[in-house]
Design a protein around this ligand. Sequence first.
Ligand SMILES: Nc1ncnc2c1ncn2[C@@H]1O[C@H](COP(=O)(O)OP(=O)(O)OP(=O)(O)O)[C@@H](O)[C@H]1O
Ligand SMILES: [Mg+2]
Length: 277
Amino acid sequence: MTHSVLTPDTHASRSASRRHLLQSLQSVDTIESPQQQPTAVQHDPNAALISATGMYKSYRKGRLIIPVLKGVDFAIQPGEFVAIVGQSGSGKSTLLHLLGTLDEPDAGEIHFEGNRIDNLPSKAKDVLRNKYFGMIFQFYHLLPELSTLENVLMPSMIGQGVLRYWWNRRDHAQRATELLDMVGLGHRLTHKPKELSGGEMQRAAIARALISGPQMLLADEPTGNLDRQSGTEVMRMLRSLNREQNLTIIMVTHDSTIAGMADRTVRLVEGLVERVG
Ligand SMILES: Nc1ncnc2c1ncn2[C@@H]1O[C@H](COP(=O)(O)OP(=O)(O)OP(=O)(O)O)[C@@H](O)[C@H]1O
Ligand SMILES: [Mg+2]
């Protein structure tokens, strides 16, 4: 089946199957980690899309312990576009990585659609990230030896397994091409990342983040390496994905103009959320 990425109902039409899959991740938990307590599925449709409660995180460097997050609480509603700001070193990337299950909090809980996700085993987290979360980073993280189109296809190859991917390869390629058209890169499908500009690489990374039809985009300084014009273009794109496809976006930025384009700003100060508004 071919999915159009351009229709606003894409998000809604997939949400039921996503919910089912998300809940089934809890059984991955029980099957693959018998030592862990099985987590009860408590799906509350009124719950935030993602929430963190009492979250602590420190890093250890030799004998030094660096406390970064000291009891962060916050919640993001479905369809929100939130900017996380704060001084360099305040823990913005740390927070984003925890929300994206790339790292684990020392204490506290993270819930996604009412299901606890911070304690899932790593395979379940991989599935969660592949199916539900799109991620973009300041330095794009495109694979240099792959073309633009292949980079965008990569999450489908990983998520589907080789056989299933091969069986549906034409649909995947069509969807990836539609996404690259949408971000204005339809004429750069065979270019390698080094043959793209910074703004084009970030747009390719956005297309890659959208290939699995995620519910939430996590973006760490998506405009941090771009000139003002390319940065504004990327922001317009994120804004329109948020408004037209109801994509929830959590974006870390240093830049107050960029943060001002989000619906809401969350500021990290001394390991805590200072102000939400
Ligand atoms: N793996 C690590 N080991 C030790 N310390 C770390 C590690 N990762 C981050 N830190 C420290 O944790 C603090 C928070 O880092 P983080 O990357 O979250 O900050 P940030 O707010 O994203 O900063 P920036 O705006 O500069 O990107 C910093 O002081 C950093 O030096
Ligand atoms: Mg950072």
